[in-house]
Design a protein around this ligand. Structure first.
Ligand code: B12
Length: 126
């Protein structure tokens, strides 16, 4: 499969749920994205370090807890502090997350499931 983009993925700090994130990664890989999976309980600073190092097109951030989704905007703040917010698209998802929340925190996109995530990721890199 021809590579169409690079993704750094992870479940946000404090959260150990990874089934949904893994599904999204598998579907993106199948669609031609290179995946760097940081795993679970990923600190905002770790997302930013990976974004600096690997220079992905998209950060995929998952949260399954209403408490840990509140750590998602910290990734966007840290990207801004590092001066690289405009270099990478931020895609968020997970059961408690919504389109409204994505807009509120300034993410570039939200999808309710892994198939829709692939379509959105394709659009974001095209
Ligand atoms: C499996 C599970 C666990 C497993 C996780 C195993 C693992 N390796 O992931 C274990 C047992 C470890 C666990 C632990 C806990 N859990 Co739990 N867990 C679940 C459960 C049953 C299923 C979640 C799941 O995997 N769903 C299936 C996947 C495929 O769906 P998904 O994650 O939503 O992903 C899809 C979409 O959301 C989307 N998506 C996901 N991520 C992303 C990212 C992007 C960028 C995009 C675009 C899309 C996307 O695509 C996916 C595919 O379609 C849910 C209840 C439920 N029925 O949902 C509770 C649930 C999430 N857990 C809950 C809780 C409370 C906990 C614990 C706090 C329990 C405790 N007291 O210890 C701990 C937290 C541990 C921690 N720090 O994270 C609550 C959360 C409540 C809340 N309001 O926040 C839930 C809702 C159960 C409940 N009804 O109370 N849990």
């Amino acid at each position: 499969v021809k590579k169409i983009g690079k993704v750094v993925a992870g479940t946000i700090e404090g959260d150990l749920h990874d089934i949904g994130k893994n599904l999204v990664c598998m579907m993106l890989k199948g669609a031609g994205f290179e995946i760097i999976d940081l795993g679970v309980d990923v600190k905002p600073e770790e997302f930013v370090e990976a974004a600096k190092g690997a220079k992905p097109d998209i950060l995929v951030i998952s949260a399954l807890l209403t408490t840990t989704m509140l750590n998602m905007p910290r990734v966007i703040e840290e990207l801004k502090k590092a001066g690289i917010r405009d270099d990478v698209k931020v895609l968020i998802g997970g059961a408690p997350v919504s389109q409204t929340y994505a807009e509120e925190i300034g993410a570039d996109g939200y999808s309710p499931d892994s198939s829709a995530a692939v379509e959105l990721a394709r659009r974001l890199v095209s």
